[in-house]
Design a protein around this ligand. Structure first.
Ligand code: NAD
Ligand code: AHE
Ligand code: ZN
Length: 369
């Protein structure tokens, strides 16, 4: 079939709206009509050329929501008409990783996903006979996409696509980092670095679990108002304080953060996030995706004296199991998504969504089809 997609032909180039050939679903796969897709910083990261796994030409996008329109042979868990959120972290419930219950990083299709291909090693997308790569196994910047059955979460049908698409990455990453990765407890002091589409979700989850101090750190003062609305108790602009940021935050939290979260992708900030943690028990969670070749550093003494450095992908959420629960949190008013989606536009204007992200004007832009 012919579909409409924003194609990334090469690094840095604006995306190009094209008519693309899409082959139907094979065994174990589903065809999904994408109704809306958020634009995440990770899409911009790959487009910038900083992603060692970046492949071109490709159809980017990994934060979508839509409807199943066709299923391939052997598909059992979803049917045409089901509303779904595509999962860049699938959940096969059979691999060693899924069965360990120690991680959400299902590895069933990770190798082909990283090569921009479906699990059988081919792409379903092409233009004029030339193959176009899938991206993160999802390619949601297209009005139709093909996904493995294990990479869709079935969700309730009353949830609006142009809001819950954000649960496909940013919301789940932020909420999950607090409740699944760090397991923040009531009364904890939390420091969040980067108050964008991820960091603001950390703030609202920290408030939801009853955190005490919720300190937000950002160099853009425009992020302050919404962060406060979502529960931030203290705002710190590193450019406006006297002295170094780490001792400032340790003083502010009276000993250091119980939990800190890096939601930027800056390795220098990752170090600050670890070192502002409380001696003996502070846990720092890396969420930001750093450019190819970047490395983190600290004195080992920071770890010897009890601070813990860990990372989180997709908020440690097991997609098919946990994403429907996050949709329920939204539909029952326990989390705010509406205020974080600052811009909605047709797919034809997707390059404007990237511009708004780069100038810091948007939190989340959503493109619709
Ligand atoms: P965003 O652009 O919306 O937000 C980034 C924020 O960081 C902005 O508010 C910006 O002003 C702030 N910032 C930039 N440099 C700063 C600095 N030196 N000090 C303080 N603040 C600074 O991005 P996003 O969509 O929220 O994504 C954040 C990061 O998380 C990206 O690296 C993205 O790739 C990554 N990410 C990771 C996962 C995961 O599963 N681990 C999921 C989604 C996104
Ligand atoms: N391709 C990059 C890695 C990018 C990365 O870390 N991606 C996150 C999701 S970001 C969503 O916005 C992730 O899930 N990582 C786990 C995984 O298996 O990719 C690189 O550096 O190679
Ligand atoms: Zn993302």
């Amino acid at each position: 079939m012919q579909v409409k997609a924003a194609v990334a032909y090469s690094v840095v180039q604006p995306l190009s709206i094209e008519t693309v050939e899409l082959e139907g679903p094979q065994a174990g796969e589903v065809l999904v009509e994408i109704k809306a897709s958020g634009v995440c910083h990770t899409d911009a990261y790959t487009l910038s050329g900083a992603d060692p796994e970046g492949l071109f030409p490709a159809i980017l996008g990994h934060e979508g929501a839509g409807v199943v329109v066709e299923v391939g042979a052997d598909v059992k868990s979803v049917k045409p008409g089901d509303h779904v959120i595509p999962l860049y972290t699938p959940e096969c419930r059979e691999c060693e990783y899924c069965l360990s219950f120690k991680t959400n990083l299902c590895q069933a299709i990770r190798a082909t996903q990283g090569r921009g291909l479906m699990p059988n090693g081919t792409s379903r997308f092409s233009i004029g006979g030339k193959m176009i790569h899938h991206y993160m196994g999802t390619s949601t910047f297209a009005n139709y996409t093909v996904l493995p059955e294990i990479a869709v979460a079935k969700i309730r049908e009353d949830a609006p696509f142009d809001k819950v698409c954000y649960i496909g990455c940013g919301v789940t990453t932020g909420i999950g980092a607090v409740i699944y990765t760090a397991k923040v407890e009531a009364g904890a002091n939390v420091v969040i670095f980067g108050l964008g589409g991820i960091g603001l979700n950390i703030i609202q989850a920290a408030k939801m679990v009853g955190a005490n101090m919720i300190v937000g750190v950002d160099i853009n003062p425009k992020k302050r108002a919404l962060a406060e609305k979502l529960g931030m108790t203290h705002f710190v602009n590193p450019h406006e304080i006297e002295g170094d940021l780490v001792p400032y935050l340790i003083d502010l939290t009276k000993g250091g953060a119980d939990y800190s979260f890096e939601c930027i992708g800056n390795v220098n900030v990752m170090r600050q996030a670890l070192e502002c943690c409380h001696k003996g028990w502070g846990v720092s969670v890396i969420i930001g995706v750093a450019d190819a070749g970047q490395e983190i550093r600290t004195r080992p003494f920071q770890l010897v004296t009890g601070r813990v450095w860990k990372g989180s992908a997709f908020g440690s959420a097991r997609g098919r199991t946990d994403v429907p629960k996050i949709v329920d949190l939204y539909m029952t008013g326990k989390i705010n998504i509406d205020d974080l989606i600052t811009h909605v536009m047709p797919i034809e204007q997707i390059n404007h969504a990237f511009d708004l992200m780069h100038t810091g004007e948007s939190i989340r832009s959503v493109v619709t089809f």
